[in-house]
Design a protein. Structure first.
Length: 262
């Protein structure tokens, strides 16, 4: 998550992948439950997504973006098909990650000490590759994306179903809750308010393209006050402190019903 000043931490790391149940929350579904969700949300969906033609070039803003085989992501209403968003810094687009094209760049970002402090994915490219493959080869409830601003990839995002994630053990989840993780890749894009601007744009994209989703969530480390401030600047509200397996987090929520007021 980007900072509000040049010396603050630039990232918010991913949600933990393990947890314990809590009163008035939803337990992560098992495989049969997930298949039932898929059947309900994707009538007639094929059992195996199709694989597109490979491309090593980013499309122009507004051009169709082809997802890889694991990135079809009907559970997330196909982020690759979402139209770009206009921002004060240029046109912003979420482009699903392709390992062959993007791994070296994302791994370089993960080895930035300011990023590694929160994401804990520093090391060889295989470390980042394993993290990406767990989503790309997964069940579609999380999709890694590049944030492309004015045609330049400059940030890494994870768009995920918070209600189907272990995070749902730690707060009163609602169906279709959507979570976001963000890191700003290049240092020259940090500390200038870019992160808050992109958080607003990305959460707007979620709410515009996921009609059943009533709110967008994030869980930055509670100690990372610049990150929390950036979420507040982007129209999120502080909902609660939540004790996660690897951190005490600030649960940040942007509600559809209040998006015009915040």
């Amino acid at each position: 998550m980007p900072p509000t000043d040049a010396h603050a931490d630039p990232v918010t790391g991913p949600a933990p992948r393990a947890g314990t149940g809590a009163e008035d929350t939803l337990d992560p579904p098992d495989t049969e439950e997930l298949l039932a969700v898929l059947a309900d949300e994707i009538p007639g969906a094929p059992s195996t997504p199709s694989t597109p033609s490979p491309s090593d070039v980013f499309g122009a803003p507004g051009a169709p973006v082809t997802e890889n085989a694991a990135g079809v992501s009907e559970l997330l209403d196909r982020p690759a098909a979402w139209q770009p968003a206009a921002t004060p810094a240029g046109v912003f687009q979420l482009v699903p990650v392709r390992l062959g094209r993007d791994l070296a760049m994302i791994s370089r970002w993960m080895n930035d000490p300011a990023v590694a402090a929160f994401w804990e994915l520093a090391g060889a490219e295989t470390v980042t590759a394993d993290h990406l493959r767990s989503q790309l080869d997964g069940d579609g409830r999380s999709l890694p994306c590049l944030g492309v601003l004015s045609g330049i990839p400059m940030s890494y995002w994870e768009i995920y179903r918070a209600d189907l994630d272990p995070l749902a053990c730690h707060y009163p989840a609602r169906s279709y809750d959507t979570g976001i993780h963000l890191l700003i890749g290049e240092i020259n894009n940090r500390g200038r308010g870019v992160g808050a601007m992109l958080l607003r744009a990305a959460s707007d994209l979620v709410l515009d393209n996921r009609p059943l989703c009533t709110r967008v969530l994030a869980e930055p480390d509670l100690r990372n006050t610049p990150s929390v401030a950036a979420f507040l600047s982007a129209g999120f509200r502080f909902s609660a402190e939540v004790e996660l397996p690897d951190k005490r987090a600030a649960l940040m929520i942007r509600d559809r019903v209040h998006r015009a007021q915040l």
